[in-house]
Structure formats: structure tokens, C-alpha cells
Design a protein around this ligand. Structure first.
Ligand SMILES: [Zn+2]
Length: 296
């Protein structure tokens, strides 16, 4: 599943290619992805509209649009589990799972989604209640500490709460906790101030490194070519894949920790996999004094 860094890399890639393009016609093949709008509403609004810019909020792509009547509005995109967004020459055949196609003359802008968990809509409701951006100025140590103080949930589970901080997903939550040396089982409110400071720093560093890395790789955004560690991208034909040395704990159960060689463990928390090093991320306080630590 694409997470914040992958979306950011895609946004940076697409932003240069969107501006000034005018939509002539819209085809919606999967009504589900434009909900709560209807395909007719989306088509009506987008026909004749021009792309003005592209930014990111959490894992959403925000396309700034100018309608044919001159009014500004936002088109929201979300890749869901398997979504891809890219330009395709109009003469090229559309992929089987093209969910929405924006016909823009010589090229089509395609939203492809094999499992249809993605979104492509003009309804802004989805981003209304999101918490601060992890890389933004509002995500301060003070805010983070206060927000965690009221939660009994294990920190790994709490990090996935999009109202706490928007856009940290399952992969980078495990990675950030490893980087900060904090057990995923620690109750959120049991973290000491210094640990919260370290975790905030680790979240930001983990995301920044992933964005930087993704921004420097040769990628094929239509996803054809070899699968690699970057989920919904593909490496261009002829390029090797990039999975090696990328993630430190995620999806590495049983493999040696890159720091201490202890076997990485996988546990399930709130129905999601968590990966961690039991040595590097051991509890820093006793279970006795913090009786809420859930058993494995
Ligand atoms: Zn370790």
C-alpha cells in the first residue's frame, strides 16, 4: 500500500506535468471511486476544467482546478491499496483496470485501480478531520506529547490514528519506532517526554529519507516493469529492483536486525502486522510499574 512518502514522490513527479492541462472529456468506469459524488457530477464539474497545481495532504493528492466558469475547486485523489495515477498517450490502449480517465487531448490522465479502494472525487469531506502533517510545523513535540498522554493504546496502534498525525501508515510506523528504539507495545501515555521527542524526530526522519530516496530513483509511474520495494511504482525495464537495504524491520520477520543481529519479530496489533527488534526496542521501564503493557 502506498504511504505518505510514495504519495509525495508521485505528487512531485506529477506536479510538473499537470499545470495548464485542460480536461475535454471524462470517463468514469468505476462509480465507486468517485463516491460520494456520482459519475455525472464529476464529469459535469471536470469537463472544460484546467489543472492549476498539485499538492499533498496526508495520503491524498490535491489537484487545484479551475472550472470552465472560472471557479476554483479541488479534486481529491487517493491511491487506496493499489491505485496509480499517470499520463498515457491517447493513442495507447487503456489498462484493464482504468477507473477514471480524464481525456486531455494528446494524452489521457489515468487513475488505475485494480481493487477500487482508491478515491477520485470532488467531495472534500475525506480530509476535513485529519490531524497535522507529520512533516509540517503544527506537529510539534508539545502537541505530540499532549495528544499521547490521553491514550492507553499501544503506541504503534496510536500512530495509525489519522487524527493524531495524518499520513503515518503501517510500514513507517514500525520503521519510526525502530529508529526511536521504542517498543511498539508501549502504551502511548506511558512514553516519557524524551521518548516522545525522539519518536517525533524518528517519524520525520523516516519519512524524509523515504521521500528523498524515492525522488532519486528511476521509476515507472504507470507501474509496468519490475515490481520493486516502492509498491505501486515499477522500475523501468532494464533497471534492477530496489528492495534491498530499504526497510529496517518491516516485513523482515525472522531476519537479523541490521543493528544487533537479533531476529526481527512480527506481532499483530489491531489486526495489522507490527515488526520490531525485541533487543533494540526493549521496554525501558519495568512492566510492574506500568501494568497496562499488553501481553504479546
Ligand atoms: Zn536490534
Amino acid at each position: 500500500m502506498p504511504e505518505l512518502p510514495e504519495v509525495e514522490v508521485l505528487v512531485r513527479h506529477l506536479a510538473l506535468r499537470m499545470r495548464g492541462r485542460r480536461i475535454r472529456r471524462v470517463t468514469v468506469r468505476r462509480a465507486r471511486v468517485v463516491a460520494p459524488c456520482t459519475p455525472e457530477e464529476l464529469s459535469q464539474k471536470l469537463r472544460g476544467a484546467t489543472f492549476q497545481g498539485l499538492t499533498r495532504r496526508a495520503k491524498y493528492l490535491l489537484f487545484a482546478m479551475r472550472g470552465r466558469d472560472g471557479g476554483a475547486f479541488t479534486l481529491l485523489g487517493h491511491l487506496g491499496m493499489t491505485g496509480r495515477m499517470y499520463w498515457l498517450p491517447a493513442k495507447q490502449a487503456l489498462p484493464k483496470h482504468a477507473a477514471v480517465i480524464l481525456h486531455c487531448g494528446p494524452e489521457n490522465f489515468v487513475f488505475e485501480d485494480t481493487r477500487y479502494f482508491g478515491r477520485f472525487t470532488i467531495d472534500p469531506g475525506a480530509i476535513a478531520s485529519l490531524g497535522p502533517e507529520p512533516l509540517g510545523g503544527k506537529f510539534t513535540a508539545e502537541y505530540f506529547f499532549k495528544a499521547l498522554k490521553s491514550s492507553r493504546q499501544p503506541i504503534k496502534v496510536k500512530l495509525l490514528d489519522q487524527q493524531l498525525v495524518a499520513g503515518v501508515g503501517n510500514i513507517y510506523a514500525s520503521e519510526a519506532l525502530f529508529r526511536a528504539g521504542i517498543s511498539p507495545l508501549t502504551p502511548a501515555r506511558g512514553l516519557k517526554r524524551l521518548q516522545v521527542v525522539a519518536l517525533r524526530r524518528a517519524i520525520r526522519a523516516t519519512l524524509r529519507v523515504a521521500i528523498k530516496r524515492g525522488s532519486t530513483l528511476p521509476l515507472n509511474f504507470s507501474g509496468t516493469g519490475n515490481g520493486d520495494g516502492l509498491f505501486y511504482y515499477g522500475s523501468p525495464p532494464g533497471e534492477s529492483n530496489f528492495t534491498t537495504e530499504r526497510l529496517r524491520v518491516y516485513d523482515r520477520a525472522g531476519k537479523p536486525c541490521r543493528k544487533c543481529r537479533t531476529a526481527i519479530e512480527r506481532i499483530v496489533q489491531a489486526a495489522r502486522s507490527t515488526f520490531y527488534c525485541p533487543q533494540c526496542q526493549s521496554q525501558v521501564f519495568s512492566r510492574k510499574s506500568h501494568g497496562e503493557i499488553p501481553s504479546r
